[in-house]
Design a protein around this ligand. Structure first.
Ligand code: SAM
Length: 255
């Protein structure tokens, strides 16, 4: 199963347990300072964490995702939104169509982020901005040390590691952009119950790792994970993100 198939399948539950991606979406748009009338493209929009927030701020929004289920959920939730099924590597838009392209927690999942960034640069007006987020560090990470240890132990059974982007990759992706900047962000979201943590892990990209575990190992992983989560005080999900942004050069020769 590809990563897009996975997101297609989990779309009905995505960001429904706690508003994790919605919270980061709001913070990313705060960092960018989106003003009414801005033509925004949300790339890998999922259920619209960024698109919905940009609409709320008066932007003119187009949202695209390769998973039809995500686009269906977004269109059902926001009637009339311009949401389309589209691959980030081949954008079906004319040159210079947008003032801002945003992408929440999607760029590190792409097969070729640099070619997608070249497409982003093409559809941005000169002086337009590209911003994306991916998982990053957070202040209460020490409380979650058990998670890294458990994931390293079970990676052998899953036959895969969880992977995030890093600073060098971000700089590569933004190589054709000016004014590159980054910032850290974090969320702290109360969990209604210990089991809700498992529901949350199953409702986003971590599901690929969980599904890759053989059933007996998956049951063991769940039991050990929830035993650790039950010890958290307060009972909340803490996570971090890194925000990145760059500006399409005003002179085309600078690209
Ligand atoms: C972790 S979700 C993030 C969704 C949303 N941006 C958010 O912040 O909640 C990653 C999204 O990227 C989408 N995606 C993955 N590969 C893609 C591609 N090649 N083109 C477009 N979307 C893609 C997935 O379908 C999924 O909806």
């Amino acid at each position: 199963m590809t990563i897009v198939d996975l997101f297609d399948r989990i779309a009905p539950d995505y960001d429904e347990v706690v508003p994790f991606f919605a919270d980061f979406g709001r913070q990313l748009l705060d960092w960018l300072g989106v003003v009414p009338g801005t033509r925004v493209l949300d790339l890998g929009c999922g259920r619209g964490a960024l698109a919905i927030e940009a609409l709320r701020r008066g932007a003119v929004v187009t949202a695209v995702d390769a998973a039809p289920g995500m686009v269906r959920e977004l269109a059902a939730h926001v009637p009339g939104i311009d949401a389309r099924v589209m691959d980030a590597h081949r954008l079906d838009f004319a040159d210079e169509s947008f003032d801002l392209v945003v992408s929440g927690f999607a760029v590190h999942l792409l097969a070729d982020p640099s070619s997608a960034a070249a497409e982003v640069r093409r559809v941005l007006v000169p002086g337009g901005r590209f911003a994306f987020s991916w998982p990053g560090a957070w202040s209460t990470e020490a409380r979650w040390a058990f998670l890294g240890e458990l994931n390293r132990e079970f990676a052998a059974y899953a036959g895969r590691e969880r992977r995030n982007g890093n600073d060098a990759e971000a700089e590569d992706i933004l190589a054709g952009f000016d004014d590159v900047a980054d910032a850290g962000a974090e969320v702290h979201l109360a969990l209604p119950a210990v089991d809700a943590y498992w529901d949350w892990e199953c409702s986003h990209g971590s599901r690929a790792f969980i599904d890759a575990l053989p059933p007996d190992r998956r049951a063991e992983y769940r039991a050990r994970l929830l035993a650790e989560v039950a010890r958290l005080e307060p009972l909340e999900i803490d996570r971090g993100a890194e925000f990145w942004r760059g500006t399409r050069p005003r002179s085309t020769q600078a690209v």
